[in-house]
Design a protein around this ligand. Structure first.
Ligand code: 5AD
Ligand code: SF4
Length: 417
């Protein structure tokens, strides 16, 4: 989502202000840092980064801070780092071309409706395009700062999304990735017949569109209609992110996730049953306040049962404004670190077997990167990295690769057709 927000800002600056991109900070006239605030570490990093940029930048170059930390810290950023020229919140990025000339400006209004921002046409990848389908989040997970930085959930009107998808396909894009905090809650405040499944059906009718991905769905909104569409629609990639957070029903309750361990397992099993060779990835938080050994054992149990293809692990991080910051049963950092290691180790115990099981499969692969020594790489439908012999002429092509071997985190094969 931040990558896409950056693309929007780059598009605005290119089209309205004649800016060009550079990777060389020392020659830049404007340095922008797009930030996350989901955990405390990136927020700390922000200040060391901008301090460094301030030292090496050209004399009159401006520095802007955007994104979720901008919303959350607002004018405190300029107080702490007075050389910062402007602060632009995650919900206000459409104002970028206006704010850059207003020294000291802070635009962080989360009620500002940015859902119609222009969707200008800068894209960092010619074959794959991110498309926002909603902004904000109406949930109130007890650990999460996002509803305070990205505001209420607004679904972008269906026709804007469809037109955006048609446009990128005309320009050569093969794969779109739909973005939102809870994509499968799409349409909640739109016409009754419009929901995420309907959106997927409409998008998959677009001529020339080969693949649809999306991130992230919420386990609570995975109804049968959605799971069945996901499993049977050949345009929808067989890869899904199911953020578990915890396997313990009581912890899920204090996290305010709205589902139980059983609910999660039922959904995940149904997806494994119906969707051929599906990849299921997840997010896990360890060390949430009150997490007992039994709670943590439930998390490991869900991992054992579902054997997620990938796990994004996080140590719980106290966030301002969130209810959990005031919970009195905070977990010792040492225990959180041990649990984090155990999740990583657990995944390692079966990850190699997952890759081994793919040997002998034929995977349609969309190539998008050149590798050394005459190899190229891309992603299979189920989101594995596939490497094969080939050159730049294959970039953006979808070809079938017969998998012969696996490496630590990728599959190697021969191109068939
Ligand atoms: N501490 C740790 N992890 C968090 N996440 C969100 N808030 C926190 C927090 N306070 C994680 C969740 C979410 C992912 C994007 O970040 O797992 O799914
Ligand atoms: Fe945060 Fe929960 Fe909303 Fe996801 S669903 S963005 S974890 S509040």
């Amino acid at each position: 989502m931040n990558v896409r927000d950056s693309e929007h800002m780059i598009a605005e600056l290119k089209n309205k202000k004649d800016y060009e991109q550079t990777n060389n900070i020392e020659e830049a006239d404007l340095i922008m840092v797009n930030t996350c605030s989901v955990r405390d570490k990136p927020v700390q990093k922000l200040f060391s980064e901008i301090g460094h940029f301030n030292k090496i930048k050209k004399k009159d170059a401006k520095i802007g801070v955007c994104g979720c930390s901008a919303t959350h810290l607002g004018k405190d950023i300029i107080k702490r780092a007075p050389f910062v020229d402007f602060v632009l919140g995650a919900r206000n990025i459409s104002k970028i071309s206006n704010i850059i000339d207003r020294k000291g400006a802070v635009e962080i209004d989360i009620d500002h409706d940015d859902s119609s921002y222009m969707f200008d046409d800068y894209r960092s990848n010619p074959y794959k395009a991110f498309i926002n389908i909603m902004i904000g989040c109406d949930k109130s997970c007890a650990y999460c700062i996002v509803p305070f930085t990205r505001g209420d959930e607004i679904s972008i009107p269906l026709d804007i999304i469809i037109n955006e998808a048609k446009k990128v396909v005309r320009e050569g894009v093969k794969e779109i990735c739909l973005l939102g905090q809870n994509v499968n809650n799409y349409g909640k405040k739109l016409d009754k017949h419009i929901n995420f499944t309907y959106l997927l059906q409409k998008l998959s009718e677009i001529d020339g569109l080969k693949r649809i991905r999306f991130t992230s769905p919420h386990p609570l909104h995975m109804d049968d209609e959605f799971i069945e569409e996901f499993a049977k629609n050949p345009i929808i990639c067989s890869s899904i992110h199911m953020p578990l957070q915890s396997g313990s029903t009581s912890l899920l309750k204090s996290m305010r996730r709205g589902y139980s361990k059983k609910w999660f397992l039922d959904k995940a099993f149904k997806i494994r049953d119906l969707a051929k060779d599906v990849s299921i990835t997840t997010d896990v938080i360890v060390g949430f306040p009150g997490e007992s050994d039994e709670d943590f054992a439930d998390t490991l149990d869900v991992i054992d049962k579902i054997r997620f293809e990938q796990i994004f692990n996080f140590k719980y991080s106290k966030r301002p404004l969130t209810p959990a910051i005031d919970y009195d049963n905070q977990i010792d950092d040492k225990i959180s670190s041990q649990r984090l290691t155990r999740v990583i180790e657990k995944h390692k115990t079966y990850n190699f077997d997952i890759l081994k099981d793919k040997i002998g499969s034929d995977y349609e692969t969309l190539f998008d990167a050149i590798k050394p020594d005459g190899y190229i790489s891309g992603k299979s439908d189920n989101n594995f990295t596939v490497i094969t012999k080939g050159d730049a002429s294959l970039l953006g092509e979808i070809k079938t690769v017969h998998i012969k071997d696996r490496r630590k985190n990728s599959l190697i094969g021969n191109m068939l057709f």
